[in-house]
Write a protein that binds this ligand. Sequence first.
Ligand SMILES: NC(=O)N[C@@H](CC(=O)O)C(=O)O
Ligand SMILES: [Zn+2]
Ligand SMILES: [Zn+2]
Length: 430
Amino acid sequence: MTAYLITGARIVGGDQADLLIDNGEIVATGTGLDAPADARTIDATGLVALPGLVDLHTHLREPGREDAETVFTGTRAAAKGGFTAVFAMANTDPVADTAGVVEQVWRLGRDAGYADVYPIGAVTVGRKGTQLAELGAMADSAARVRVFSDDGDCVWDAALMRRALEYVKAFDGVIAQHAQEPRLTQGAQMNEGALSGVLGLTGWPSVAEEAIIARDILLNAHVGSKLHVCHLSTKGSVEIVRAAKRRGLEVTAEVTPHHLLLTEELAASYNPVYKVNPPLRTKEDVEAVREGLADGTIDIVATDHAPHPVEDKDCEWSAAAFGMTGLETALSVVQHAMIDTKLLTWAEVADRMSYRPAAIGQAAEHGRPLEAGAPANVVLYDPRVERTVVPDESVSLSRNTPFEGMTLPGKVVATFLRGTPTVLDGELTK
Ligand SMILES: NC(=O)N[C@@H](CC(=O)O)C(=O)O
Ligand SMILES: [Zn+2]
Ligand SMILES: [Zn+2]
């Protein structure tokens, strides 16, 4: 294995220093390090060194929709975005609700070699919301599933949600809820408000999200398990989670890059690239989720990378699929929304995009501080450059980025997965 001496990087949580990587590990940090003679030197002056990013919410689409994304293409996009681990959502076809399917996804990730893939298991059989899936079998499988979610749909039946929360206690699992009250969102197309009325699109009230979050926090407190809230998007949701945490109730929550930056006004274009679940909300909501992420109410940023082929997006708004891609732009959007606004430091970004998602998902090899002895999962990022987002430059199979044409700060220069570069000089290594 080639050794790498990374010089002059700003190491988050530490000083400007050198970083020596060998045999898959961080061997040392500091200055004047004793590198092997054949070590490759990377001048990282001006770059930020972060622990490899961890995405707790990615749609890789395999098996079933390999026209939108595969484990191979999705993890390439992940590596390009600085991620070394992704949690693959269960809404595939077949649904990841058995040990067989989660093991298949896990193996495909390992064979591709771009990022570690942690499959998420479905909570209910076929994600149909009526019968618990084989959670224990998925937990005991080679994929060692610890996160379970019916994402795409809400586990709306309170009794079933209670049983799922109880069940995962046996192996310290977590239920990640897609909080959407189905009766309040029938036919919903965008955020409910004055604008949805003007545009003639069925509205999606904030309360549909908040009611489920409040219910689940109480259910979870009752059974003493672990609840994670997917893609929280409203000011009211932030307030509910903040109040719960103040009371000492166990809950973790995520926000997506797009909900940190974009607002419902984009729907006025009727361009389905802006159609997403949960919908883009108001400026007030964006400010609230930013504050929530800054003060730790919201634990993590997760991309909800949701690739869709052109034919599912290039149609009338109401017929289009929900979802947007996000792996390759996540860190830039977070820099723009949170660092350049002085709401977060880089050390806090490492916390929200690496340490904490790894802890919630129990990805022990990931989310470790850049210190000697840790697995060499590292990203080198240049916050000084700018780029205009061009969909065709994406290595994802899909093109549905809502950031097309926007100028965003920063660029991933290198990503290391256990000491092996998956990205060097800004390009995939294989
Ligand atoms: N976010 C989305 O709009 N879509 C996701 C499902 C989901 O995350 O709910 C998808 O699978 O396409
Ligand atoms: Zn969802
Ligand atoms: Zn999702």
